[in-house]
Design a protein around this ligand. Structure first.
Ligand code: FMN
Length: 175
C-alpha cells in the first residue's frame, strides 16, 4: 500500500512518527507532506529517515510534485488534523503544500482524517459545522478524537486516536 500522510501543527504530531513506523514495518510505502506549523513540532528529517523519502513542505520546491504525489497514493490520511486545516479542507482552501496535495488526491482514492485538538476547540460550533460539512461530502473517513487527559492538562474529547487504530482504518479504507 502507498500511503500519503499529511501532518499538521498539533501536539500529537509526534504520534504521526509512530504511525509511520508501524506502517513501514507492516510493509507499506509512506510519503509525508507537512504544514509549516507541523514542522515546528517534528522535524521533516525524522519523517525522511522513517520513510526513506523526502518530505514535502513547500508546493513551490518542486513544480508539479503536488499532483504526482497525489496520484502516487493508494490511500491518504491526515494525522493529526488541526482545527485550522480541518477548516481549510471544509472550505476548499489550497494555500500550502498539504492542502494543495490533498485537494489533488484523485476521486477513487480513500482519504482518512484523524483530527486532534483541545476539547473546547473540538466543540467550538465552527469546528462542528466544518466537520459536518466534511461528513456531508461523503469524501472522507473521519476517525473521531478520543476522550483523555490532553497535553494541555484538560480532560475531554480531542486526543488523537491511537496510531495502531488509525493504521487499521487506513488499511481497511485502502481495501
Ligand atoms: C504547543 C501547541 C500545541 C498545539 N496543538 C494543537 C492541536 O493539538 N490541535 C490544533 O488544531 N491546533 C493546535 N495548535 C495550534 C496550531 O498549531 C495552529 O492553529 C496552526 O496555525 C495550525 O496550522 P496548520 O493547520 O497549517 O498545521 C497548537 C499550537 C501550539 C503552539
Amino acid at each position: 500500500m502507498r500511503l500519503l500522510l499529511g501532518v499538521t501543527g498539533g501536539i500529537a504530531a509526534y504520534k504521526a512518527c509512530e504511525l509511520v513506523s508501524l506502517a513501514t514495518k507492516a510493509g507499506h510505502e509512506v510519503r509525508v507532506v507537512m504544514t509549516a506549523a507541523g514542522t515546528r513540532f517534528v522535524g521533516p528529517t525524522t519523517f525522511e529517515a522513517l520513510t526513506d523519502h523526502p518530505v514535502m513542505t513547500d508546493t513551490f520546491d518542486d513544480a508539479l510534485a503536488h499532483i504526482s504525489w497525489a496520484k502516487w497514493a493508494d490511500v491518504a490520511c491526515i494525522a493529526p488534523l488541526s482545527a485550522n486545516t480541518l477548516g481549510k479542507l471544509a472550505c476548499g482552501f489550497a494555500d500550502d503544500a498539504l492542502s494543495t496535495v490533498f485537494m489533488a488526491v484523485p476521486r477513487g482514492v480513500p482519504v482518512v482524517l484523524a483530527p486532534a485538538m483541545n476539547t473546547e476547540m473540538w466543540f467550538h460550533p465552527v469546528i462542528q459545522r466544518n466537520l459536518g460539512w466534511l461528513e456531508e461530502l461523503g469524501r472522507y473517513e473521519i476517525i473521531a478524537p478520543v476522550d483523555k487527559r490532553l497535553a494541555c492538562g484538560d480532560v475531554g474529547v480531542g486526543g488523537l486516536a491511537e496510531p495502531a487504530e488509525i493504521l487499521s482504518a487506513i488499511e481497511a479504507a485502502s481495501g
